[in-house]
Design a protein around this ligand. Sequence first.
Ligand code: BES
Ligand code: ZN
Ligand code: ZN
Length: 496
Amino acid sequence: MPLFNLSAMKYSELPKGQSAYIFGIFSDIGIPADFKTAHPNLSKQITLALENGEFKAKSNQSMVFYTADCETSKRYIALGLGESEKYDSDMLRQVAATAAKRVIELKLTSFAIEYMGETLLAPDDAQALAEGLVMGGYRFLNYKKSDDDYAGIEEAIVLGDADIADAIAYGMNISTGVVVARDLGNHPSNIATPTYLADTAEAIAKKGGMKTTIYEREDFEKLGFGGIQGVAQGSDVPPKFIIMEYMGGDKDAKTLGLVGKGLTFDSGGISIKPSAGMDEMKFDMLGGAAVLGIMAAVAEIKPNLNIIAVVPATENMNGGEAYKPGDILTAYNGKTIEILNTDAEGRLILADGLSYITDKYELDGLVDFATLTGAVVVALGHRYSGMMTNDQDFADEIICVGKRSQDRVWQMPLDDEYAEDIKSKIADIKNTGAAREAGTIAAGAFLREFVKEGTPWCHVDIAGSGWLKKGRPYHPEGPTGAGVRLIMELIRSWEK
Ligand code: BES
Ligand code: ZN
Ligand code: ZN
């Protein structure tokens, strides 16, 4: 989806004749006095709507008004902000998303929107308004012919008293990353192949002055990438091991490592999945998509730190050479893995990713993203990502930036004793845990075996948070872009 232009402006600078003017009303405060003075007739209409109960100003409610006596705009859209006590920057993100959706319903290409609830928020919080507008207005129409020529939102203006231009621009840059991740997740597996992910990485790298290295199937054996090699064996679609290096930091800057599961289609392999819902397994590259989305935002923001990103990308298929239950694979760090279920493939390609990145680079922190287990959906649903760590201080940082960005993570335990669950009789470890027990943690315990000792690491399972069956204000159904806002907030805190 292309992004629109968003600029900040003072109220007095707004040109007349807008196609929509969007403003918020708190359910407990009602229409502010200065609004009443500026728009007496409109205020009367809103008062009637409130009195009649048609518009209660509940959060995410909206109502369109037309009024003949105001030249500012052709129409006015009132947004419910809910109770002022409960209002925060995430509510702003939500109502901004609701506004964008309403604008699209009306097939408008431009509008002006107030920095709603400005008196309760900081100028920096205007970032959430930009994010809400883009994320709420997100549409993926690449494969669907439309019955009209409405091209979507092109131009929007945010009105505020405070100096919010920088926060708006920052929010737009972060949204760029979310859109990249969502688009990748929406493309089907016959388009978003490992080659497509590699090409995307190269395009992002070119923009952001980054270096890319792409390893091919032929390289896997000599490099010792036995995990991705094994998983990729069953597919004729060329796998790729994608590495991106952004060295934007000065000499004291920290280095962040990112690894994302880029499984472009997960059939389960020989341990094949049931056919119902298998189409959704195009989403199994959302970890890789999050990493590429982060790098796309980094290419815009160019933060003062270094970032290494690794995305092992392949399909998990059932071709003649497919790896089989009972096979033993040797990962990049030399550990042998007994395969007991070919559907637990994500951890195998991540094993190479994690051991390669921690072998080659000195990292101050490493985060991996993966749609790794169905069990995390059972445990946490679709609101929080499941997080496990080998370093509590780093985990606390991730939890904190998760709260700030509202790209939330919930920590699960990863005591050493969970290593018992992945003990194999014949190899160093096996790729499954105990049947129906702590499946998400068993996967975390498996990945821990491939992170070099001393690297602070968090594993983030986005199998639930990454994809929604039912939309929410700023997340339509489908891919959410989980992980992008989380890491962009971490990057900002590391820059300070
Ligand atoms: N990509 C899936 C995880 C997944 C499954 C996400 C269903 C969302 C919904 C992963 O590769 C997988 O199949 N994991 C197995 C592991 C098991 C075989 C140990 C799972 O979670 O069932
Ligand atoms: Zn699988
Ligand atoms: Zn998978």
